[in-house]
Design a protein around this ligand. Sequence first.
Ligand code: B16
Ligand code: MG
Length: 223
Amino acid sequence: MTPEFPSACIFDLDGVICDTAKYHFHSWQIIAGTLDIQFDHAMNESLKGVSRVESLKLLLKWGNMQVSESRFNELLEKKNEHYIELISQMSPDEIFPGVLEFIQELKETGVLVALGSASKNARIVLKKLNITQLFDAIVDGRHVTESKPSPEVFLLAARKLSVSPEKCFVFEDASVGIQAAVSAGMRVIGIGDPKVLNGADFHLKGLDQLDLATFKRMIINLN
Ligand code: B16
Ligand code: MG
C-alpha cells in the first residue's frame, strides 16, 4: 500500500527554522564561565532539543558540581536573561533558506502546519522572525511537562490540529527530537548529520533541499 501524504507537518524551531543554537551556546558559555566549567561546541550539540532545566543538570554533571536549589534557579534565570537579550535582536533574515517556501507549498495543498519546540521562548523567536501566523498550532516548552525525547510535545501538537499521529510528519534536528517523534508514532525527517540523527525516515541538510514534489516522491518510497 502506498503510504499516505501527511495531513500535518510539525516543525521543530531551533535547528530547523533558524539557528538559535548559537544564542543558547553563548548564554550557556557565560553560565559555564561563572561556574568554572569548560563548555565547548560538542557539549552544546548534546543540549540541542533538551529543556533548559535538563541542560543545566547536564552542565553541572559535566563539571562534577552540585549547587543548592536556589542557586540552580538563579543560574537558570541568568541563562535565560542572556538568551532573551540575544534573541531580541533577531530578524526575519535569520530564517533558514527554503523554510518559508516549503511551508507555503504545504499550506497551499491543505496540509496543516504546527510548531513543536522544547523552548519556552519559542513565541518570542517566531515573533521576531515574523512567522507566528504561519502556524495552525504552536506547542512549546510552556505547554509540556516532559522534555524531548518524550513524545508529549508532538502528540499535543497533533491533538491541537485534530490529526492522528500516524498522519503527521516531524522535521527535527536533534537526536532527542527524532526519538520523540518516533515514540509519538510519527514519520520524521532529520535535518543535519545522518550519523547523529538515527531513526529518522529521511535526512536532509536543510529545508532548501525540499519542495512539495520531492516530498511526495520521498513518501512514495516509504515502506
Ligand atoms: P529555552 P527546539 C530547544 O529548542 C533548544 O534546541 C535547546 O537547546 C534549548 O535548551 C531548549 O529549546 C529550551 O529552550 O531555554 O528557550 O526554554 O530545538 O526544541 O526548538
Ligand atoms: Mg531543534
